[in-house]
Write a protein that binds this ligand. Structure first.
Ligand code: ADP
Ligand code: ADP
Ligand code: ZN
Length: 214
C-alpha cells in the first residue's frame, strides 16, 4: 500500500500518517522529519534547508526529490509506505510518478485531509514536538501526560521554529499556491480520498480507514 498525505500545514497529516503506518506495518516517511533530523545533525542538507524552512518557504525540489526516491527504494519500503509532506509541488509529483513508473508501480491513494485556514492557525499554536523522537502533541487536543515532556521517550517538547503565527500564514499561502494543485493532479488519476479533518483525531482516522477499504 502506497499512500501519500495531502493537506495544509497542521491539517493532521503527520498524526494520521503515523497511525496508518502502524496499522499497515509500513514506514512513515516524513520529509519534514528528515530535514529536521539533518538540521539537528548539522549536515550539509540541513544547512541548505534551514533558511527555507524557517521562512515558511519550500525547500527547492532538487534537494527533495532524489532524497525521497532513494528512501522509498530501501528494503523496509518494499511493501509500501505512507509519504507525509511529499510531494508538495507538481514537479515533485511528476518525479515520484516517474520513479514509480520505472518500477511498474503507482501510488494507491492520495489522502486529502481538509481543514479550513482559520482552524489551522489556532491548531498550530498548540502544536508541540519532541526534540528526542519527533512525536507530536497538542496542548489541548492531544496533551502529553506531563506538560512539556514526551510520553514516548521523556525528552523535552518544543514549539517548532516555523509554527509561529506569522510563519504559519506564509506556509498557508505557499500551500495554496504550490501544493493545493496536487489535489486536481491526483484527482485526474482517480486517487483522491477526501477526509474531513476538522473532526477529532480518532474520527479522522476512522474515516480514512473506511475510505481506503480496511
Ligand atoms: P507540516 O507537516 O506542518 O506542513 P512539514 O514537517 O511537512 O510541516 O514541513 C516543514 C517544512 O519542511 C516545510 O515548510 C518546508 O520548508 C520543508 N519541507 C518538507 N517537505 C518538503 C517538500 N516535499 N518540499 C519542499 N519543502 C519541504
Ligand atoms: P501536519 O503534519 O499536517 O502539519 P500534525 O499531525 O502535526 O499536522 O497536526 C498539527 C497539530 O494539530 C498537532 O499539534 C496535532 O497534535 C494537532 N492535531 C492533529 N489532528 C488533529 C485533530 N483532528 N483535531 C485537533 N488537533 C489535531
Ligand atoms: Zn519523544
Amino acid at each position: 500500500m502506497k499512500v501519500i498525505m495531502l493537506g495544509a500545514p497542521g491539517a493532521g497529516k503527520g498524526t494520521q500518517a503515523k497511525r496508518l503506518a502502524a496499522e499497515y506495518n509500513i514506514p512513515h516517511i516524513s520529509t519534514g522529519d528528515i530535514f529536521r533530523a539533518n538540521i539537528k545533525g548539522g549536515t550539509e542538507l540541513g544547512k541548505k534547508a534551514k533558511g527555507y524552512m524557517d521562512a515558511g518557504q519550500l525547500v527547492p525540489d532538487e534537494l527533495v526529490c532524489d532524497l525521497v526516491v532513494d528512501r522509498i527504494s530501501q528494503d523496509d519500503a518494499k511493501n509500501g509506505y505512507v509519504l507525509d509532506g511529499f510531494p508538495r509541488t507538481i514537479p515533485q509529483a511528476e518525479a515520484l510518478d516517474a520513479a514509480l513508473a520505472a518500477k511498474g508501480e503507482n501510488v494507491d491513494y492520495a489522502v486529502n485531509i481538509d481543514v479550513p485556514d482559520e482552524a489551522i492557525i489556532s491548531r498550530m499554536s498548540g502544536r508541540r514536538a519532541c526534540v528526542g523522537c519527533g512525536a507530536t502533541y497538542h496542548i489541548i487536543f492531544n496533551a502529553p501526560k506531563v506538560a512539556d515532556v514526551c510520553d514516548v521517550c521523556g525528552s523535552k517538547l518544543i514549539i517548532r521554529d516555523d509554527d509561529k503565527p506569522e510563519t504559519v500564514r506564509n506556509r498557508l499561502s505557499v500551500y495554496h499556491a504550490q501544493t493545493q494543485p496536487l489535489i486536481d493532479y491526483y484527482d485526474a488519476k482517480g486517487l483522491v480520498v477526501n477526509i474531513d479533518g476538522t473532526k477529532d483525531m480518532d474520527a479522522v482516522f476512522a474515516e480514512i480507514l473506511e475510505k481506503i477499504g480496511k
